[in-house]
Design a protein around this ligand. Structure first.
Ligand code: NDP
Ligand code: 8X3
Length: 250
């Protein structure tokens, strides 16, 4: 029988790459993000390329009422990919912008919780499901100026481990996937739309691309039912630790 995957933050980057690869693997999709027009374009492309059904839902994961109402009538997907997230700014915490902190915590931590709460209930009722949380190397290590983003991704790591303990007895699998530097819109968002500054993040080394992460997601969710992939950390070869990148100078 066909499986369904619900992806948050499917309008760009890693979420979009997961949509691509899961559609190619025959999954029906429920794609969510705030930018509905992008989701509609993606739906057209994926429906034309693969024999899968694609549903879109405009959703801000920070809005708990919207999340609850949007998911009320949905059946539990086989796979939930909690991917929506962002970093804003790069500065010492004592010079940090408290509005940016709120947005990161509300999106990366509380948003992931609201979506997971709504979907886990349905998965438990059915007795099966798989939740994949996109964490980060910033959730395993900390780096200077990463403070609140790192804290939010450490929270994702803790929640992933907690969810696994609480859901294993209910037939629901939980996987954490933690990437290092992936070139997406992530740094453009982090630097408030400054494309030139964002490009420099990936100068002089071979960064990961979104498909590298989606490949791991698809692998994790297609293991036999009795196998749970707990945790995957994926780094560029040139990035041995969160704050260390070996760049070639020309
Ligand atoms: P992108 O900026 O390309 O994609 C982020 C996605 O999140 C977009 O689809 C965006 O959609 C969505 N999103 C952001 N805020 C919200 C919100 N409030 N409600 C719903 N959707 C939202 O970045 P990435 O693909 O790189 O990021 C995806 C995940 O991967 C994030 O959790 C990020 O922290 C994590 N990650 C990224 C790494 C990297 O180096 N790029 C490394 C490690 C982890 P829209 O704006 O349309 O709502
Ligand atoms: C994104 C990777 O190193 O910019 O989560 O924090 S990093």
């Amino acid at each position: 029988m066909k499986k369904t995957a619900l992806i948050t933050g499917a309008s760009s980057g890693i979420g979009l790459a997961c949509a691509d690869l899961l559609a190619a693997a025959g999954y029906d999709l429920i794609l969510t993000a705030r930018r509905q027009e992008r989701l509609e374009e993606i739906k057209l492309g994926l429906s034309a390329a693969h024999s899968v059904s694609v549903q879109t839902l405009q959703l801000d994961v920070r809005d708990k009422v919207q999340v609850r109402e949007a998911f009320e009538k949905l059946e539990a997907p086989d796979v939930l990919i909690n991917n929506a997230g962002l970093a804003l700014g790069l500065s010492h915490f004592y010079a940090g912008d408290t509005n940016q902190w709120d947005t990161m915590i509300d999106t990366n931590v509380k948003g992931l919780l609201y979506v997971s709460r709504a979907m886990a209930e349905k998965m438990i009722a059915r007795g099966s499901g798989h939740i994949v949380n996109i964490g980060s190397i910033a959730g395993k290590e900390v780096y200077e100026n990463g403070n609140v983003y790192c804290a939010s991704k450490h929270a994702v790591d803790a929640l992933t481990r907690g969810m696994r303990i609480e859901l294993a007895g209910k037939g629901v699998k939980v996987t954490g996937i933690h990437p290092g530097a992936v070139e997406t819109e992530f740094s453009i968002v982090r630097f408030g739309g400054d494309v030139e500054r964002a490009k420099k993040v990936y100068d002089g080394f071979e960064n990961l691309v979104a498909a590298d992460i989606a490949d791991a997601v698809v692998w994790a969710v297609t293991r036999p039912e009795h196998v749970n992939i707990n945790d995957i950390v994926i780094m560029p070869k040139a990035q041995p630790a969160a704050g260390v990148i070996h760049r070639k100078t020309t």
